[in-house]
Design a protein around this ligand. Sequence first.
Ligand code: ATP
Length: 256
Amino acid sequence: MTQAILQVSNLTKRFGGVAAILDVSLDVLPHETLAIIGPNGAGKTTFYNMLSGRMTPTSGKILFEGQDITGLPPHRISRMGVSRSFQINNIFNEMTVRENIEVALTAYHGDSRRWSNIASRNRPIQQEADTLLERLSLTDLALRRAGVISYGDKRLVEIAMVLATRPHLVLLDEPTAGMTPDETHRVTALVKSLAATGDYTFLITEHDMGVVFDVADRILVMHRGQSLVLGSPQEVKVHPEVRRAYLGDAEEEIAP
Ligand SMILES: Nc1ncnc2c1ncn2[C@@H]1O[C@H](COP(=O)(O)OP(=O)(O)OP(=O)(O)O)[C@@H](O)[C@H]1O
């Protein structure tokens, strides 16, 4: 049996009397794309916060590539190969698209000198920036100031910056939120093409069911902090409890 890249065991997070996450266990397999869905307040953000080190679990255990990362600070978890994109843009608007990516690469390579002195003369960073621009279909925008590109393109730059840290596990937080249908289509195609490289494992939270059913190999449905169902898109789509708890039992809501 394939060894899981991420093993979550009996994870619980309480805020006073509220259990935002309650006894959730999950094995994520290498190179799969696993979507986590659930209504508002189901616990998705809290779950991500614990995986990425922004919150310490009340109890339970998180193993990444066999190592215990429970409660480690975010920078250590990131160094080990778990990277997270946020719903808000973290990019530098005054810099070009390429410079943003070079900053992320320079930081990853641990150079604390001014990034501009380093990146422009560092051949490996230049090559890595080229590869990332190409992977994200951003080559044509490389020299544009990040502040003037579209919202959808900004989100792609942010994903490029996440990938600059060479993650094995990428946590995408609602990557298509606020996007036009065209932009959503681009991101969906992109996630699929990145997954096809075999270099990454993706966890993705997403409210757009079309995106979820398009990209996910498996889907975890959360409800009130608990794991309700884990299965293939087909299994999830027809599961009676999912329909009741999350999808409102309306066929059209789950049709991709
Ligand atoms: N810092 C906090 N203090 C107290 N309660 C919190 C805190 N963070 C989250 N909660 C509660 O935990 C539960 C889960 O919230 P969470 O944000 O993880 O859900 P979610 O699935 O990400 O929702 P959404 O889809 O709206 O982002 C909610 O009841 C929320 O009010």
